[in-house]
Design a protein around this ligand. Structure first.
Ligand code: GLU
Length: 491
Protein backbone atom coordinates (compact mmCIF):
# COMPACT_ATOMS: atom_id res chain seq x y z
CA UNK A 1 0.00 0.00 0.00
CA UNK A 2 1.31 3.45 -0.84
CA UNK A 3 1.35 5.56 2.27
CA UNK A 4 -0.41 8.89 2.12
CA UNK A 5 -0.37 11.22 5.11
CA UNK A 6 -1.35 14.83 5.53
CA UNK A 7 -0.70 17.96 7.53
CA UNK A 8 -4.09 19.39 8.45
CA UNK A 9 -3.48 22.69 10.21
CA UNK A 10 -6.31 25.00 11.14
CA UNK A 11 -5.25 28.55 10.25
CA UNK A 12 -6.41 30.01 13.54
CA UNK A 13 -3.01 31.01 14.89
CA UNK A 14 0.70 30.40 14.50
CA UNK A 15 1.60 26.76 14.56
CA UNK A 16 3.00 25.63 17.86
CA UNK A 17 5.43 22.91 18.78
CA UNK A 18 2.65 20.33 19.06
CA UNK A 19 1.41 21.01 15.51
CA UNK A 20 4.93 20.96 14.16
CA UNK A 21 5.64 17.74 16.01
CA UNK A 22 2.68 15.96 14.41
CA UNK A 23 3.46 17.50 11.01
CA UNK A 24 6.97 16.10 11.31
CA UNK A 25 5.75 12.61 12.18
CA UNK A 26 3.27 12.65 9.30
CA UNK A 27 6.16 13.61 7.10
CA UNK A 28 8.50 10.95 8.48
CA UNK A 29 5.90 8.22 8.26
CA UNK A 30 5.20 9.01 4.61
CA UNK A 31 8.74 9.72 3.46
CA UNK A 32 10.31 6.78 5.25
CA UNK A 33 7.99 4.51 3.28
CA UNK A 34 8.34 6.39 0.00
CA UNK A 35 4.83 7.78 0.43
CA UNK A 36 3.17 11.09 -0.22
CA UNK A 37 2.21 14.01 1.98
CA UNK A 38 -0.67 16.39 1.39
CA UNK A 39 -1.21 19.76 3.02
CA UNK A 40 -4.86 20.45 3.80
CA UNK A 41 -5.99 23.70 5.30
CA UNK A 42 -8.83 23.11 7.75
CA UNK A 43 -10.48 26.51 7.68
CA UNK A 44 -14.13 25.72 8.19
CA UNK A 45 -14.23 27.70 11.42
CA UNK A 46 -15.02 30.93 9.63
CA UNK A 47 -14.77 33.12 12.69
CA UNK A 48 -11.32 32.02 13.78
CA UNK A 49 -9.66 31.16 10.46
CA UNK A 50 -7.56 33.82 8.74
CA UNK A 51 -5.85 33.89 5.39
CA UNK A 52 -2.69 35.42 6.83
CA UNK A 53 -2.40 32.56 9.30
CA UNK A 54 -2.62 30.16 6.39
CA UNK A 55 0.23 31.97 4.69
CA UNK A 56 2.28 31.98 7.84
CA UNK A 57 1.59 28.32 8.48
CA UNK A 58 2.84 27.43 5.03
CA UNK A 59 5.85 29.67 5.51
CA UNK A 60 6.65 28.09 8.89
CA UNK A 61 6.33 24.55 7.59
CA UNK A 62 8.63 25.38 4.68
CA UNK A 63 11.08 27.09 6.99
CA UNK A 64 11.23 23.88 9.03
CA UNK A 65 12.28 22.15 5.84
CA UNK A 66 9.13 20.07 5.49
CA UNK A 67 7.63 19.70 2.06
CA UNK A 68 4.51 18.17 0.60
CA UNK A 69 3.37 16.79 -2.71
CA UNK A 70 -0.12 18.26 -2.80
CA UNK A 71 -1.67 21.29 -1.23
CA UNK A 72 -3.46 24.59 -1.79
CA UNK A 73 -0.19 26.15 -2.91
CA UNK A 74 0.63 23.52 -5.50
CA UNK A 75 -2.55 21.68 -6.39
CA UNK A 76 -2.80 17.92 -6.77
CA UNK A 77 -5.22 15.23 -7.84
CA UNK A 78 -7.48 15.48 -4.79
CA UNK A 79 -8.00 19.23 -4.56
CA UNK A 80 -9.15 21.67 -3.58
CA UNK A 81 -6.99 21.40 -0.46
CA UNK A 82 -8.65 24.22 1.43
CA UNK A 83 -11.76 23.07 3.25
CA UNK A 84 -13.59 26.35 2.71
CA UNK A 85 -13.55 25.44 -0.99
CA UNK A 86 -15.05 22.01 -0.39
CA UNK A 87 -18.34 22.98 1.21
CA UNK A 88 -20.39 21.33 -1.52
CA UNK A 89 -18.65 18.05 -0.89
CA UNK A 90 -19.59 18.26 2.78
CA UNK A 91 -23.18 19.20 1.92
CA UNK A 92 -23.44 16.09 -0.26
CA UNK A 93 -22.12 14.02 2.62
CA UNK A 94 -24.53 15.53 5.11
CA UNK A 95 -27.32 14.72 2.66
CA UNK A 96 -26.10 11.12 2.56
CA UNK A 97 -26.28 10.92 6.34
CA UNK A 98 -29.77 12.39 6.33
CA UNK A 99 -30.91 9.94 3.69
CA UNK A 100 -29.37 7.06 5.60
CA UNK A 101 -31.16 8.09 8.80
CA UNK A 102 -27.90 8.67 10.64
CA UNK A 103 -28.64 12.17 11.83
CA UNK A 104 -31.38 14.31 13.29
CA UNK A 105 -32.02 17.98 13.81
CA UNK A 106 -31.45 19.32 17.27
CA UNK A 107 -33.32 22.46 18.29
CA UNK A 108 -31.86 22.81 21.74
CA UNK A 109 -30.92 26.34 22.61
CA UNK A 110 -27.48 27.45 23.65
CA UNK A 111 -28.67 27.88 27.25
CA UNK A 112 -29.99 24.34 27.38
CA UNK A 113 -26.74 23.03 26.01
CA UNK A 114 -24.65 24.99 28.46
CA UNK A 115 -26.75 23.69 31.35
CA UNK A 116 -26.39 20.16 29.99
CA UNK A 117 -22.65 20.42 29.82
CA UNK A 118 -22.61 21.21 33.51
CA UNK A 119 -24.40 17.99 34.39
CA UNK A 120 -22.46 14.97 35.54
CA UNK A 121 -22.51 11.64 33.67
CA UNK A 122 -25.58 9.99 35.18
CA UNK A 123 -27.76 13.03 34.94
CA UNK A 124 -26.92 13.72 31.36
CA UNK A 125 -29.81 13.27 29.03
CA UNK A 126 -29.57 11.73 25.59
CA UNK A 127 -25.86 12.40 25.22
CA UNK A 128 -25.44 16.04 24.71
CA UNK A 129 -28.93 16.86 23.51
CA UNK A 130 -31.04 17.66 26.54
CA UNK A 131 -34.21 18.60 24.72
CA UNK A 132 -35.21 15.15 23.52
CA UNK A 133 -34.77 16.09 19.87
CA UNK A 134 -33.57 12.62 19.05
CA UNK A 135 -36.64 10.98 20.51
CA UNK A 136 -38.92 13.44 18.85
CA UNK A 137 -37.26 12.85 15.53
CA UNK A 138 -37.50 9.10 16.01
CA UNK A 139 -41.16 9.26 16.75
CA UNK A 140 -41.65 11.64 13.88
CA UNK A 141 -43.68 13.46 16.50
CA UNK A 142 -45.05 16.85 15.79
CA UNK A 143 -44.31 19.77 18.03
CA UNK A 144 -41.29 20.68 15.96
CA UNK A 145 -40.49 24.34 16.24
CA UNK A 146 -41.68 26.40 13.34
CA UNK A 147 -39.58 27.09 10.26
CA UNK A 148 -36.70 29.41 10.80
CA UNK A 149 -35.88 28.06 14.26
CA UNK A 150 -32.15 27.41 14.27
CA UNK A 151 -31.00 23.84 14.57
CA UNK A 152 -27.84 21.80 14.51
CA UNK A 153 -27.49 18.43 12.89
CA UNK A 154 -26.44 15.66 15.24
CA UNK A 155 -25.15 12.22 14.53
CA UNK A 156 -27.30 9.44 15.95
CA UNK A 157 -24.67 7.53 17.89
CA UNK A 158 -25.63 3.87 18.25
CA UNK A 159 -26.77 2.80 21.71
CA UNK A 160 -24.89 -0.26 22.76
CA UNK A 161 -21.81 -0.84 20.83
CA UNK A 162 -18.14 -0.90 21.42
CA UNK A 163 -16.14 1.23 19.05
CA UNK A 164 -12.54 0.14 18.87
CA UNK A 165 -9.82 2.51 17.83
CA UNK A 166 -6.79 0.57 16.72
CA UNK A 167 -4.04 3.03 17.43
CA UNK A 168 -0.65 2.37 15.88
CA UNK A 169 1.14 3.26 19.12
CA UNK A 170 -1.36 2.32 21.76
CA UNK A 171 -3.04 -0.74 20.34
CA UNK A 172 -6.77 -1.18 20.75
CA UNK A 173 -8.68 1.46 22.65
CA UNK A 174 -12.31 0.51 23.22
CA UNK A 175 -15.05 3.12 23.63
CA UNK A 176 -18.59 2.28 24.71
CA UNK A 177 -20.87 4.03 22.29
CA UNK A 178 -23.27 4.81 25.13
CA UNK A 179 -20.64 7.20 26.42
CA UNK A 180 -20.24 9.01 23.14
CA UNK A 181 -22.43 12.05 22.64
CA UNK A 182 -24.69 12.52 19.68
CA UNK A 183 -22.10 14.80 18.26
CA UNK A 184 -22.91 17.79 16.13
CA UNK A 185 -21.84 17.57 12.51
CA UNK A 186 -23.48 20.76 11.22
CA UNK A 187 -23.64 23.94 13.28
CA UNK A 188 -26.74 26.11 13.43
CA UNK A 189 -24.96 28.44 11.01
CA UNK A 190 -24.97 25.61 8.50
CA UNK A 191 -21.21 25.14 8.78
CA UNK A 192 -20.01 21.55 8.83
CA UNK A 193 -17.94 20.58 11.84
CA UNK A 194 -14.34 19.36 12.01
CA UNK A 195 -15.32 15.76 12.83
CA UNK A 196 -17.15 15.48 9.52
CA UNK A 197 -14.96 17.53 7.22
CA UNK A 198 -11.76 15.98 8.48
CA UNK A 199 -13.04 12.41 8.08
CA UNK A 200 -14.63 13.04 4.69
CA UNK A 201 -11.45 14.61 3.34
CA UNK A 202 -9.20 11.91 4.71
CA UNK A 203 -11.39 9.39 2.90
CA UNK A 204 -11.69 11.30 -0.37
CA UNK A 205 -8.02 12.24 -0.43
CA UNK A 206 -6.97 8.63 0.01
CA UNK A 207 -5.18 9.33 3.28
CA UNK A 208 -3.92 6.03 4.63
CA UNK A 209 -2.42 7.21 7.92
CA UNK A 210 -3.42 10.00 10.23
CA UNK A 211 -0.83 11.13 12.73
CA UNK A 212 -2.22 13.60 15.23
CA UNK A 213 -2.01 14.59 18.83
CA UNK A 214 -3.28 12.53 21.69
CA UNK A 215 -5.86 15.24 22.37
CA UNK A 216 -7.75 13.93 19.33
CA UNK A 217 -8.21 10.40 20.69
CA UNK A 218 -11.76 11.08 21.82
CA UNK A 219 -12.64 12.29 18.30
CA UNK A 220 -11.50 9.11 16.64
CA UNK A 221 -14.37 6.77 17.66
CA UNK A 222 -16.81 9.40 16.41
CA UNK A 223 -15.01 9.56 13.12
CA UNK A 224 -14.98 5.78 12.88
CA UNK A 225 -18.75 5.82 13.29
CA UNK A 226 -18.99 8.43 10.55
CA UNK A 227 -16.74 6.42 8.26
CA UNK A 228 -18.96 3.41 8.74
CA UNK A 229 -22.08 5.43 8.03
CA UNK A 230 -20.54 6.54 4.74
CA UNK A 231 -19.15 3.13 3.94
CA UNK A 232 -15.60 4.48 3.88
CA UNK A 233 -12.53 2.61 5.05
CA UNK A 234 -11.08 4.63 7.90
CA UNK A 235 -7.39 5.48 7.83
CA UNK A 236 -4.95 4.10 10.38
CA UNK A 237 -4.57 6.43 13.33
CA UNK A 238 -1.47 7.21 15.32
CA UNK A 239 -1.98 9.54 18.26
CA UNK A 240 1.30 11.08 19.28
CA UNK A 241 2.26 11.58 22.89
CA UNK A 242 1.35 14.85 24.50
CA UNK A 243 4.13 17.38 25.09
CA UNK A 244 4.38 18.59 28.66
CA UNK A 245 6.05 21.62 30.16
CA UNK A 246 8.80 21.19 32.77
CA UNK A 247 6.11 21.22 35.49
CA UNK A 248 4.42 18.30 33.71
CA UNK A 249 1.30 20.22 32.80
CA UNK A 250 0.37 20.44 29.15
CA UNK A 251 2.87 22.65 27.31
CA UNK A 252 1.41 26.11 26.91
CA UNK A 253 2.38 29.75 26.65
CA UNK A 254 2.89 29.79 30.39
CA UNK A 255 6.05 27.81 29.79
CA UNK A 256 7.50 30.40 27.41
CA UNK A 257 7.78 30.16 23.67
CA UNK A 258 5.52 27.56 22.11
CA UNK A 259 4.97 28.86 18.61
CA UNK A 260 7.51 27.83 16.01
CA UNK A 261 7.64 31.44 14.82
CA UNK A 262 8.75 32.58 18.21
CA UNK A 263 11.65 30.15 18.24
CA UNK A 264 12.50 31.39 14.78
CA UNK A 265 12.49 34.97 16.01
CA UNK A 266 14.64 33.97 18.96
CA UNK A 267 17.29 32.76 16.55
CA UNK A 268 16.81 29.01 16.53
CA UNK A 269 17.73 27.07 13.42
CA UNK A 270 15.07 25.01 11.69
CA UNK A 271 17.39 22.00 11.66
CA UNK A 272 17.71 22.15 15.43
CA UNK A 273 13.99 22.51 15.97
CA UNK A 274 13.20 19.60 13.68
CA UNK A 275 15.91 17.56 15.33
CA UNK A 276 14.52 18.36 18.75
CA UNK A 277 10.89 17.87 17.71
CA UNK A 278 11.75 14.39 16.49
CA UNK A 279 13.00 13.56 19.97
CA UNK A 280 9.61 14.52 21.36
CA UNK A 281 8.05 11.16 20.63
CA UNK A 282 10.85 9.24 18.94
CA UNK A 283 14.42 8.31 19.69
CA UNK A 284 17.15 6.40 17.90
CA UNK A 285 17.78 4.07 20.86
CA UNK A 286 21.43 5.03 20.96
CA UNK A 287 23.54 8.01 21.89
CA UNK A 288 23.32 9.92 18.64
CA UNK A 289 21.85 13.38 18.91
CA UNK A 290 22.34 15.21 15.65
CA UNK A 291 19.87 14.19 13.00
CA UNK A 292 19.32 16.13 9.81
CA UNK A 293 15.85 15.66 8.37
CA UNK A 294 17.11 13.29 5.68
CA UNK A 295 18.65 11.07 8.30
CA UNK A 296 15.47 11.11 10.35
CA UNK A 297 13.64 9.87 7.26
CA UNK A 298 16.12 7.01 6.92
CA UNK A 299 16.09 6.10 10.61
CA UNK A 300 12.45 6.64 11.45
CA UNK A 301 10.24 3.75 12.48
CA UNK A 302 6.96 3.74 14.35
CA UNK A 303 8.41 1.05 16.60
CA UNK A 304 10.89 3.56 17.97
CA UNK A 305 8.13 5.98 18.91
CA UNK A 306 6.89 6.33 22.43
CA UNK A 307 3.42 6.94 23.69
CA UNK A 308 4.67 8.31 26.98
CA UNK A 309 4.34 12.07 27.35
CA UNK A 310 7.48 13.95 26.48
CA UNK A 311 8.68 16.84 28.58
CA UNK A 312 9.85 19.90 26.76
CA UNK A 313 13.43 20.61 27.78
CA UNK A 314 14.52 24.05 26.71
CA UNK A 315 18.13 23.39 27.65
CA UNK A 316 18.34 20.40 25.37
CA UNK A 317 16.90 22.38 22.50
CA UNK A 318 19.42 25.13 23.15
CA UNK A 319 22.21 22.59 23.27
CA UNK A 320 21.13 21.07 19.97
CA UNK A 321 20.84 24.52 18.47
CA UNK A 322 24.40 25.29 19.53
CA UNK A 323 25.55 22.06 17.88
CA UNK A 324 23.68 22.94 14.72
CA UNK A 325 25.14 26.45 14.67
CA UNK A 326 28.50 24.75 14.22
CA UNK A 327 27.22 22.19 11.75
CA UNK A 328 25.65 24.40 9.11
CA UNK A 329 27.70 26.00 6.35
CA UNK A 330 29.78 28.94 7.54
CA UNK A 331 28.46 31.08 4.75
CA UNK A 332 24.87 30.55 5.80
CA UNK A 333 25.69 31.22 9.42
CA UNK A 334 27.35 34.50 8.51
CA UNK A 335 24.34 35.50 6.42
CA UNK A 336 21.95 34.68 9.25
CA UNK A 337 24.02 36.63 11.74
CA UNK A 338 24.37 39.61 9.37
CA UNK A 339 20.65 39.69 8.79
CA UNK A 340 20.08 39.71 12.53
CA UNK A 341 22.47 42.65 12.95
CA UNK A 342 20.71 44.51 10.16
CA UNK A 343 17.34 43.83 11.78
CA UNK A 344 18.63 45.25 15.04
CA UNK A 345 19.92 48.34 13.27
CA UNK A 346 23.64 47.80 13.92
CA UNK A 347 24.42 47.90 10.22
CA UNK A 348 22.54 48.54 7.00
CA UNK A 349 22.04 45.80 4.43
CA UNK A 350 24.59 47.53 2.20
CA UNK A 351 27.15 47.64 4.99
CA UNK A 352 26.54 43.97 5.66
CA UNK A 353 27.67 43.28 2.11
CA UNK A 354 30.65 45.61 2.25
CA UNK A 355 31.80 44.28 5.59
CA UNK A 356 31.22 40.67 4.77
CA UNK A 357 34.79 39.64 5.47
CA UNK A 358 34.83 41.39 8.81
CA UNK A 359 31.50 39.81 9.69
CA UNK A 360 32.94 36.41 8.84
CA UNK A 361 35.72 37.06 11.31
CA UNK A 362 33.31 38.32 13.95
CA UNK A 363 31.22 35.17 13.62
CA UNK A 364 34.31 33.00 13.78
CA UNK A 365 35.54 34.86 16.86
CA UNK A 366 32.18 34.38 18.56
CA UNK A 367 32.52 30.64 17.91
CA UNK A 368 30.78 28.40 20.40
CA UNK A 369 29.37 31.42 22.22
CA UNK A 370 26.72 31.48 19.53
CA UNK A 371 24.06 29.16 20.87
CA UNK A 372 21.42 30.90 18.76
CA UNK A 373 21.60 33.38 15.93
CA UNK A 374 20.33 36.01 18.38
CA UNK A 375 23.54 35.60 20.37
CA UNK A 376 25.44 37.37 17.60
CA UNK A 377 24.14 40.72 18.88
CA UNK A 378 26.07 40.79 22.18
CA UNK A 379 29.02 39.15 20.44
CA UNK A 380 29.20 41.70 17.66
CA UNK A 381 27.61 44.98 18.64
CA UNK A 382 30.81 46.48 20.07
CA UNK A 383 32.61 45.81 16.79
CA UNK A 384 30.10 47.89 14.91
CA UNK A 385 30.01 51.08 16.96
CA UNK A 386 32.64 53.14 18.72
CA UNK A 387 30.05 54.41 21.08
CA UNK A 388 29.51 51.33 23.22
CA UNK A 389 28.95 51.68 26.97
CA UNK A 390 31.27 50.24 29.61
CA UNK A 391 29.91 47.53 31.80
CA UNK A 392 29.68 49.20 35.21
CA UNK A 393 31.17 46.49 37.36
CA UNK A 394 33.84 45.78 34.80
CA UNK A 395 34.85 49.43 34.60
CA UNK A 396 34.91 49.77 38.38
CA UNK A 397 37.26 46.84 38.54
CA UNK A 398 39.49 47.21 35.52
CA UNK A 399 39.40 50.87 34.47
CA UNK A 400 40.03 52.48 37.78
CA UNK A 401 43.48 53.96 38.35
CA UNK A 402 46.22 56.02 36.81
CA UNK A 403 48.52 53.01 36.79
CA UNK A 404 46.07 51.29 34.42
CA UNK A 405 45.85 54.42 32.28
CA UNK A 406 49.62 54.49 31.94
CA UNK A 407 49.78 50.77 31.12
CA UNK A 408 47.08 51.16 28.48
CA UNK A 409 48.82 54.12 26.89
CA UNK A 410 52.08 52.20 26.71
CA UNK A 411 50.31 49.18 25.24
CA UNK A 412 48.68 51.38 22.61
CA UNK A 413 52.09 52.66 21.60
CA UNK A 414 53.26 49.08 21.15
CA UNK A 415 50.43 48.43 18.74
CA UNK A 416 51.50 51.23 16.44
CA UNK A 417 52.75 49.68 13.21
CA UNK A 418 50.68 50.96 10.33
CA UNK A 419 49.79 47.56 8.94
CA UNK A 420 47.12 44.91 9.59
CA UNK A 421 48.15 42.21 11.99
CA UNK A 422 46.84 38.74 12.64
CA UNK A 423 45.53 37.62 16.02
CA UNK A 424 48.73 35.64 16.53
CA UNK A 425 50.86 38.72 15.91
CA UNK A 426 48.73 40.79 18.23
CA UNK A 427 49.16 38.14 20.88
CA UNK A 428 52.92 38.18 20.48
CA UNK A 429 53.05 41.95 20.89
CA UNK A 430 50.94 41.89 24.03
CA UNK A 431 52.88 38.98 25.51
CA UNK A 432 56.20 40.70 24.81
CA UNK A 433 54.84 43.87 26.35
CA UNK A 434 53.86 42.00 29.49
CA UNK A 435 57.23 40.26 29.63
CA UNK A 436 59.22 43.43 29.19
CA UNK A 437 57.28 45.71 31.49
CA UNK A 438 56.76 43.18 34.22
CA UNK A 439 53.15 44.31 34.65
CA UNK A 440 51.02 41.31 35.60
CA UNK A 441 49.15 39.93 32.61
CA UNK A 442 45.82 40.37 34.44
CA UNK A 443 46.50 44.08 34.66
CA UNK A 444 46.99 44.26 30.94
CA UNK A 445 44.47 41.79 29.53
CA UNK A 446 41.40 42.83 31.54
CA UNK A 447 41.76 46.59 31.02
CA UNK A 448 42.46 45.97 27.35
CA UNK A 449 39.32 43.91 26.97
CA UNK A 450 37.29 46.56 28.76
CA UNK A 451 38.80 49.26 26.57
CA UNK A 452 38.16 47.39 23.35
CA UNK A 453 34.73 45.92 24.05
CA UNK A 454 33.27 47.63 27.12
CA UNK A 455 32.71 44.32 28.83
CA UNK A 456 34.49 41.59 30.69
CA UNK A 457 33.60 38.62 28.52
CA UNK A 458 33.41 37.82 24.87
CA UNK A 459 35.48 36.56 21.99
CA UNK A 460 39.22 36.05 22.31
CA UNK A 461 41.07 39.31 22.93
CA UNK A 462 43.58 38.87 20.11
CA UNK A 463 40.88 37.96 17.58
CA UNK A 464 39.13 41.13 18.63
CA UNK A 465 42.32 43.10 18.09
CA UNK A 466 42.82 41.61 14.66
CA UNK A 467 39.26 42.45 13.63
CA UNK A 468 39.42 46.01 14.96
CA UNK A 469 42.83 46.70 13.49
CA UNK A 470 45.47 48.91 14.99
CA UNK A 471 43.84 52.24 14.46
CA UNK A 472 40.48 51.47 15.99
CA UNK A 473 42.08 49.54 18.82
CA UNK A 474 44.27 52.50 19.69
CA UNK A 475 41.39 54.94 19.51
CA UNK A 476 39.41 52.74 21.88
CA UNK A 477 42.32 52.53 24.28
CA UNK A 478 42.63 56.32 24.19
CA UNK A 479 38.94 56.59 25.02
CA UNK A 480 39.40 54.27 28.01
CA UNK A 481 42.39 56.26 29.23
CA UNK A 482 40.38 59.42 29.03
CA UNK A 483 37.55 57.73 30.87
CA UNK A 484 39.88 56.71 33.70
CA UNK A 485 41.32 60.20 34.03
CA UNK A 486 37.93 61.87 33.82
CA UNK A 487 36.77 59.70 36.66
CA UNK A 488 39.69 61.06 38.60
CA UNK A 489 41.64 57.86 38.94
CA UNK A 490 44.52 58.21 41.35
CA UNK A 491 47.84 56.40 41.33
N1 GLU B 1 -7.16 20.67 12.03
C1 GLU B 1 -6.93 19.71 13.07
C2 GLU B 1 -5.99 20.30 14.09
O1 GLU B 1 -5.27 21.22 13.77
C3 GLU B 1 -6.39 18.45 12.46
C4 GLU B 1 -6.46 17.27 13.34
C5 GLU B 1 -6.06 16.03 12.57
O2 GLU B 1 -4.89 15.94 12.23
O3 GLU B 1 -6.91 15.19 12.29
O4 GLU B 1 -5.98 19.88 15.23
Amino acid sequence: MDIRTRFAPSPTGDIHLGNANTALFNYLLARSGGGKVALRIEDTDVERSRADYEERTIDTLRWLGLDWDEGPDRGGPYGPYRQSERLETYAVHVRRLIDGGHVYRCYCTREELVAERGRAGEERKSRGCPGGCRLRAERQAGGKPGGGTPFTVRFRTPDNETVVVNDMLRGEIAFRSAEIDDFIIVRSSGAPVFLLTNLVDDALMGITHVVRGEDHISNTPKQLLLARAFGYAAPEYLHTAVILGPDRSKLSKRHGAVSVEQFRREGYLPEALVNYLAFLGWNPKDEREIFPLGELVREFSVKAMSRNPSVFDHRRLLFLNGQWMRTIEKDRLVSLCSRRLVEHGYITAAEADEKRQTLEKIVAAAGARLKTVADIVPQADFFLTEDFPYDENGAAKHLKDEETAVTLEAAAERLRSGRPRSAAEMEEIVRDFIGETGVSSKKVIHPLRMALTGRTEGPGLFEIMEILGEERARARIARAVEYIRRRGGSV
